[in-house]
Design a protein around this ligand. Sequence first.
Ligand code: PBG
Length: 337
Amino acid sequence: MAEQWQKHDMDFLGGQRLRRTRRTAWSRAMVRETTLTPSDLIWPLFVIEGHNEKTAIRTMPGVQRLSVDLCVEAARQARDAGIPALALFPNTPDHLRSENGAEAYNPDNLMCRALSAIKSAVPEIGLIADVALDEYSSDGQDGLVRDGEILNDETVAVMIKSALVQSKAGADIIAPSDMMDGRVGAIRAALDDNGFEQTQIMAYAAKYASYFYGPFREAVGSGSRLQGDKRTYQMDYANSDEAMREIEQDIAEGADSIMVKPGLPYLDIVRRARDSFNIPIYAYQVSGEFAMIELAAAAGAIDRKGSILESLHAFKRAGANGVLSYFALEVARDLGK
Ligand code: PBG
């Protein structure tokens, strides 16, 4: 039973002890490098037809699709919690979906009605309108399809019309999420030509063909329609240099801000973008990431609130200016307490 523990000479530390600043709460608060505030959070909402209607999404516990009147209520809550902007996604009724996605530019579509109702009732909150055809087309692809091919320029022409009706309805930020080439420049030119010089574009610049979008596709009703995948337009998850080219191009075409999506599995892309470009960068904590946290917490595997906050701080640490997150309202409220 010799001496089990012996104090060593610690001179090699040169006086440095990194635990010193971690000892007390006040000191940890003082050296904290990253902060999270409600203004960092953008809240995505799923819109459905009807009045006082909400429907559950099986794979997104706690998230509901809301009818326009309830979206207005949600917008008030978000504003009161200090959230700067909402991102809207419509679940277009089946009978309005078609091969040409014409509902995307119907000025009276669900998306436009939601935008104008929220804009007039809660003008203080920013409205981000997703532009892509999967929410309106019968096949669940983000673009027009001909003989199995996703058409680029023909899709961009439809997106322009969609962006214009959305801007007219009250969208402050147009967010193309489709990954067609040239759509940012084309939408910018169309907005400018039609008196929407002040409408921003948030480009889903580095959007990956991801397995983490599953619950979202259930939420907007595109998943069961989708044949195959989106790999001819969304990016290969193995690539990083290519993401920098996508971002560079979207900035050159006139994007006001860019997005990296999904979020946590792509924090390296957020950091690289932050180091390479001087532009606001947003990350999307997508539906599958939300589901992973919720389902793991429900199973008792992780602490729910703790892991939500940790994940959101990770985005800020990586250099994001803000995060689109389904946790936004809850977290903004908690932060304000
Ligand atoms: C499609 C779109 C998707 C998401 C946002 N816009 C899904 C897809 O590309 O298939 C995913 C968001 C999420 O998973 O939370 N235009």
